[in-house]
Design a protein around this ligand. Structure first.
Ligand code: MG
Length: 167
């Protein structure tokens, strides 16, 4: 079967505050601070969801999961990811691969990479080697460098069957 391919990019950033859990890629990470947000503020999943929606031409995360809707208060972002996958599947898309970067001065995420990529690939029904995560610091610069925020950038490639036209 012939496929057409499309790429999308997603970006997100959340503030680090006391009294919140730190959840990245659906994995809870022990730390003195957590990410502030309307949902569980999973910055990695939010950037992946935006990349998926970008590649499919279906808009952005705020369109489907507005932070003004009480339905989505404290929602588990893995549920947002599941629903996004169902949405693009219903339009004929499947995810080829995900390449994501989380930029955090602290905590160091290297030791969680495997747990996070395995969790995301399980949720999305993908091979774990098709989900790549890079964990970087911001070299002490800016809000991320001052441990006041964590940011994430993701790229996703989708494919959909090419539809034969005419005879
Ligand atoms: Mg977000």
């Amino acid at each position: 079967m012939k496929y057409s391919y499309s790429a999308g990019i997603g970006y997100d950033i959340h503030r680090l505050v006391r009294g919140r859990r730190l959840v990245i890629g659906g994995i809870e990470i022990p730390f003195d601070f957590g990410l502030k947000g309307y949902s569980d503020a999973d910055v990695l999943i939010h950037s992946i969801v935006d990349a998926i929606l970008g590649a499919s031409g279906l808009g952005d995360i705020g369109l489907y999961f507005p932070d003004t809707d009480p339905k989505y208060k404290d929602i588990d972002s893995t549920e947002i990811l599941r629903r996004t996958k169902r949405l693009i599947q219903s339009k004929g898309f499947e995810i080829v691969n995900i390449d994501a970067t989380v930029i955090a001065e602290r905590p160091r995420l290297d030791s969680y990479r495997k747990a996070i990529t395995e969790n995301l690939s399980k949720i999305l029904g993908m091979k774990s080697n098709c989900v790549n995560l890079k964990a970087k610091t911001n070299e002490g610069l800016g809000l991320v460098g001052e441990v006041k925020a964590i940011a994430s950038i993701s790229v996703v490639v989708l494919r959909s069957p090419m539809i034969k036209r005419g005879g």
